[in-house]
Design a protein around this ligand. Structure first.
Ligand code: NAP
Length: 300
């Protein structure tokens, strides 16, 4: 039985793993299927203090640091968590194994919210994408749309404008009030980015006359835009589906520390009421680990 199991291998989980392992607690990281969560997709991280680089570089540093203190890692995802009357936890994973621990730190992050309009789901992987850094390369020299108006949408627009010929941001409000000013300024400076305000995407279909997989996007204004790709960035929902329904969540699936069983702690994007930032993930990962360590020490 481990002292603590960390669910997730983003900055929240790896910070929690570092603190627990360094406190001599036996620590297992259940990483998910790939290392780093959403942070691994950040092409340029420039607002995490003391570091500038790709998200994956930061994740690799963090993993190396946590494992140097003895944390171990498995690449699989939790499908169920149960606990007994003494709050000893048993975690079932999709590799078919069960892992047991005295404490659990939930750091499973968030996933992109899905666009629910005609054609959006069917065309994922055939022109519709939720990851600009993963799929942007395929749109070099092409025309793309971005749906959304938050920090993710604007970051995606900036990333894609270096590759694509033309980038249009379809946003339902009259201006970018939700995004950081520095990103809005950068977007406004790019000659190949055009915001289309007060407009929503209502459906997507393949252009029947195109041999190259072109899409036709229909807008709430009635206009149609022919494009090569559509990148959706309309917010995030917490990855908490594997947790018992008895644990209360907010409308984004996030958890409050007060609603968790003894010995379970929460950090990163799963933590309700926290801004989704690498810096806050690290902070809440540290807090969750210190709470877990104090809990373990109080039971010794
Ligand atoms: P977000 O800030 O919640 O923005 C989501 C955007 O999608 C909003 O503009 C929203 O419009 C729009 N939207 C939601 N549902 C929609 C729908 N059905 N159709 C069309 N548009 C829709 O989410 P995010 O951009 O994914 O960012 C998530 C969190 O990560 C935020 O806290 C953000 O600050 C943070 N983040 C920070 C950075 C950074 O520090 N530079 C970078 C990336 C992300 P409305 O505005 O009308 O609601």
């Amino acid at each position: 039985m481990f002292d603590t199991i960390i669910l997730g291998s983003g900055p929240a989980g790896l910070t929690a793993a570092l603190y627990c392992a360094r406190a001599n607690k036996s620590t297992l990281i259940i990483a998910g299927d790939t290392l780093g969560g959403q942070t691994s997709e950040i092409a340029r991280l420039e607002n995490y203090p003391g570091f500038t680089g790709t998200g994956m570089e930061l994740i690799q540093f963090m993993l190396k640091q946590a494992t140097a203190f003895g944390a171990t890692i498995v690449y699989t995802s939790a499908t169920n968590i149960s606990w007994d009357d003494n709050f000893n936890y048993s975690i079932t994973c999709d590799n078919g194994k069960q892992y047991e621990s005295k404490t659990v730190v939930v750091a499973t992050g968030a996933r992109p919210r899905q666009l629910s309009i005609d054609g959006a789901r069917e065309l994922i992987g055939r022109g519709v994408s939720y990851c600009a850094t993963c799929d942007g390369f395929f749109y070099s020299g092409k025309n793309v749309l971005i749906i959304g108006g938050g920090n993710c949408a604007l970051n995606d627009a900036l990333y894609l404008s270096d590759l694509a010929h033309d980038v249009k941001i379809i946003y339902r409000r009259a201006s970018f009030t939700r995004a950081e000013e520095i990103l809005v300024d950068r977007v406004n400076e790019r000659k190949n980015i055009t915001p289309v305000f007060n407009t929503e995407l209502t459906s997507i279909r393949q252009n029947p006359d195109s041999q190259n997989g072109e899409l036709i996007a229909t807008l709430s204004t009635g206009d149609e835009i022919v494009c090569d790709g559509i990148f959706v960035a309309i917010g995030h929902e917490a990855n908490t589906d594997y947790l018992s329904e008895t644990i209360k969540r907010d409308d984004l699936g996030r958890l409050s520390p007060d609603s968790l069983p003894a010995g379970m702690f929460v950090s990163g994007d799963v933590h309700s009421g926290i801004k989704m930032q690498v810096a806050t993930a690290v902070g809440t990962g540290c807090t969750a680990a210190m709470d877990a360590i104090a809990y373990l020490n109080s039971k010794e």
